[in-house]
Design a protein around this ligand. Structure first.
Ligand code: HEM
Length: 277
């Protein structure tokens, strides 16, 4: 399904790659870490950046290295071991695809000789499709801006698909799931997506990408969510996920099939990235 057939925006504002790395048994020496650091030398390391990217950095490309927090990761409906069992993640973002596509192929060349492998999830950034001015004030105006790894050390990745029934729904019907629903006496009967997750607005930085080639297709997730937060806000993130998954509060999730909920810790250098926990 293409966005124009769904009344969703067709605009692309950027590209992201999530490179999930599974380390092999081959012993890597310090040279591999050096080579991975070199790969990112023309890009911005997001680890130490406070606030949203500058246009200049976004045009060059940006990267964040993360080490898996395997004990916090959980499989959901779509079993995907190359993600859930990975040892680390490199998240790339850029205004154009080429610089990060190049990074991906060079990374493969560097690490595959050591028996390591890369599983890539790709997505495009798009403006919001269902959000009014008023919802922007509620859900985004007070949202937490991105911050450095020392302030927000934890991250979670949530790949997911929506079901065929969702994509067959009329857009007004789909849009209604983001708002609360009321009975004939105007009593709220369900919270909907935005209210069910509202606790996350002040403390969880959130980003979302969409499937690059269209929705409901084999071989890509419809959406990949990416969230960064402080250690102290980890329980808030869990609460938000529980609220969204509660189909009594958020009937949208009846139409969601999730890939693994992957947790990681942001690290500055390739040396830390390659250290097994
Ligand atoms: C933390 C508070 C959150 C708020 C206030 C919030 C609010 C919203 C709103 C208003 C939209 C509609 C965007 C549009 O106009 O296209 C949206 C979309 C979306 N959100 Fe959230 N969200 C939150 C957290 C989450 C979390 C934790 C997940 C994760 C798994 C998530 C997954 C999604 C997805 C996949 C979409 C796109 C849905 C679609 O287009 O069908 N959100 N969110």
């Amino acid at each position: 399904m293409q966005p124009q057939d769904l009344n969703m925006t067709t605009t692309v504002t950027g590209h992201q790659l999530f490179l999930f790395v599974t380390l092999g048994d081959g012993e890597s020496d310090g040279k591999l870490a050096e080579a991975i650091d070199l790969l990112g030398q023309n890009m911005e390391n997001v680890h130490d950046v406070d606030g949203p990217p500058s246009d200049e950095a976004f045009a060059r490309g940006r990267f964040q290295l993360l080490r898996a927090e395997s004990a916090l990761t959980s499989e959901q409906q779509i079993i995907h071991p190359a993600v859930s069992e990975s040892h680390g993640l490199i998240r790339l973002e850029c205004a154009t695809f080429e610089p990060i596509g190049e990074y991906e192929s060079e990374l493969r060349k560097l690490i595959e000789p050591f028996g390591s492998s890369v599983e890539t999830l790709a997505g495009v950034m798009r403006p919001r499709s269902y959000t009014s001015h008023a919802m922007t004030q509620f859900a985004y105006a007070h949202a937490m801006p991105p911050g450095p790894g020392d302030k927000f050390p934890l991250a979670a990745v949530t790949p997911m698909n929506k079901t065929e029934a969702w994509w067959q729904m009329d857009f007004l019907h789909r849009e209604s799931f983001f708002l609360p629903r009321y009975d004939e006496n105007e009593n709220m009967v369900v919270k909907g997506h935005a209210l069910a997750s509202a606790a996350g607005v002040p403390g969880i930085n959130r980003r979302l990408v969409h499937a690059p080639e269209g929705y409901g297709l084999e071989g890509s997730y419809d959406f990949v969510g990416y969230f960064e937060f402080a250690e102290a806000d980890a329980p808030v993130f869990r609460e938000v996920m529980a609220g969204l998954r509660d189909t009594q509060q958020n009937p949208e999730w009846k139409y969601v099939l999730e890939g693994p909920e992957w947790w990681g810790r942001r690290v500055r250098t390739a040396k830390e990235f390659l250290t097994r926990g």
